[in-house]
Structures are given as C-alpha cells and as structure tokens.
Design a protein around this ligand. Structure first.
Ligand SMILES: NC(=O)c1ccc[n+]([C@@H]2O[C@H](COP(=O)([O-])OP(=O)(O)OC[C@H]3O[C@@H](n4cnc5c(N)ncnc54)[C@H](OP(=O)(O)O)[C@@H]3O)[C@@H](O)[C@H]2O)c1
Length: 243
C-alpha cells in the first residue's frame, strides 16, 4: 500500500536521504526552506526510484510557514500516513556566559516549535491515514550534553519529552517516535563543527567513524514500519552513547 509521507527539511542531509530511501512506490512531499535546487533534485530522485514527489517551500520557524506546508499537504494529498519532523539545526555554538535570548528563541523555533506546530497542524491529515505515525529528530546531545551546543541540546531534549507525551495522547491511532542521531556527516556541521572536532567525534566512536545520512534514514523507516513501537527514541550513533 503506497504511503503519503511529508518530510520536513528534505532538501539536504538526513531528510534528503530519507526521501530517497522511502521513494519507491510512495508519495513524498519534499519540504525545503532555502535550498530549492537541492529539493528539486531530491524530488527528481524520488520520481526516478518509482515514487511520486511534490515540493513545497516554507520557513518552519514561523507559524504561518508551518500552516502553509500542512495546507499544501492537505490540498495536494488530502491525508498523510507519515510526518517526519526532520528540519532542524544548531544555527551557531555559544558559550553559556554569552547567551543571547534571541539565539535561544531561534534555536527553539527551528527545532522544537516547528516540530510541535507541524505535528499539531498535521494531526487531522494523519487521522485520515493508514497506520499513521510521526517521527521526530532529536540528538545525541540529549543523551550526554554537548558543550557550546547546550541550547540546541535543550531544544532537542524538549522534543524527547514531547515525543513520549504525544505518543500517549495520540494512541492508539497515531504512533509517535523519534530518532536521536549521533554525529552524521551532513551540511548540519558546515561552519559550526571544525574538522578537528569531527575527527575527535570519529575517534571517540567505538565503531571508529561518523555516520552517514542513509544510516538514519533506515532507522526512520524501521519506526514507520514497526506497528508495535510508540514513544520510543532510537539512538543511532556508532556507540558514541550507550545506555
Ligand atoms: N547531522 C548531525 O550530526 C545531526 C545529529 C543529531 C541530530 N541531527 C538532526 O537531524 C535533522 C537533520 O539534520 P541534517 O544533519 O540533515 O542537517 P542539514 O543537512 O543541515 O538539513 C537541515 C534541513 O533543515 C532545513 N531547514 C533549515 N532551516 C529551516 C527553516 N527555517 N525552516 C524550514 N526548514 C529549515 C534545511 O532546509 P534548506 O536547506 O532548504 O533551508 C534542511 O533541509 C535536524 O533536526 C538535526 O538537528 C543531525
């Protein structure tokens, strides 16, 4: 049965890999904010793989942007089987002695408020779906803290709790899970994680390397397919964090 899947931030990195991974036989809404050409290339790859692709732009830091993307999904597909709340980012590192309230707001808006509002706007569409689910993207920063990325870690930590609460609230109809990636090689790190720091992460990981986007895409696919999983966060990090 083909699935209708909205992936936020699907222009690059993990979102793009997830769109490609899920493409065959499915209808994928490829959302982007500023990377239009990259989003169109992802949509072309979805079509090449035997899927149907739609492309929609929206700044998810704004409530209007979230509403616009959800309305596009409603107008174009009329329902959703899967919402992947993937859009997010670190924006910039900051020492705790130098916090600026605007940066705290911006990081929470991009990672946390966007996921909350997209989930809320898409619930009516998911209620019309088949075995519907939401997958949120949190971070290893939630598990072990990340110096100079403490605001980002807190924003993702809020999503960790949100995932469990929403899972209970929307059960049994809609399942809600999360993936907490470790260090994954994507544009996320451009300009915010120096090469030496990436090398330190690689050396610290028991598996001896940083991850690839596809390795998060397969975890997202598992959470979509496994109908007995809700309120769970999958840690995919090469062993950098173990519980
Ligand atoms: N890479 C890692 O090591 C890592 C680790 C833990 C968690 N994560 C999480 O995994 C998710 C995907 O990250 P990634 O590594 O794939 O990073 P990425 O390649 O930088 O992708 C981020 C995506 O978010 C979108 N985005 C940025 N600002 C936006 C805005 N204002 N409104 C809507 N969309 C916006 C971008 O769209 P445009 O380019 O079109 O603007 C892009 O598609 C994020 O939630 C991130 O926090 C990543």
């Amino acid at each position: 049965m083909p699935k209708t899947i909205l992936i936020t931030g699907a222009s690059t990195g993990i979102g793009a890999a997830t769109a490609r991974h899920l493409a065959a036989g499915n209808e994928i809404i490829v959302h982007y904010n500023s990377s239009q050409a990259a989003a169109e290339a992802v949509a072309a790859a979805v079509a090449d793989a035997g899927g149907t692709a739609h492309v929609v732009q929206g700044d998810l830091c704004a409530e209007d942007g979230c509403r616009k993307v959800a309305e596009f999904a409603a107008d174009t597909c009329g329902k959703l089987d899967v919402l992947v709340n993937n859009a997010g980012g670190l924006i910039r590192r900051q020492n705790a002695r130098d916090f600026e309230l605007q940066l705290i707001h911006d990081i929470f808006a991009l990672n946390t408020f966007s996921t909350m509002m997209m989930s809320s706007f898409c619930i009516p569409l998911l209620e019309k779906g088949e075995n519907p689910c939401i997958v949120n993207l949190t971070s290893i920063a939630v598990r072990h803290g990340a110096p100079t990325a403490t605001i980002y870690g807190a924003a993702k930590g809020a999503l960790d709790v949100f995932t469990r609460g929403l899972a209970k609230e929307l059960a049994p109809k809609i399942r809600v899970n999360a993936v907490a990636p470790g260090v994954i090689v994507t544009p996320f790190h451009d300009g915010v994680t120096p090469p030496e720091r990436m090398e330190q992460f690689r050396a610290a990981a028991p598996l001896g390397r940083n991850g690839e986007s596809e390795e998060i895409a397969t975890a997202i696919a598992f959470l979509i397919d496994n109908l007995f999983t809700t309120g769970e966060t999958l840690d995919i990090n090469g062993g950098l964090f173990m519980r």
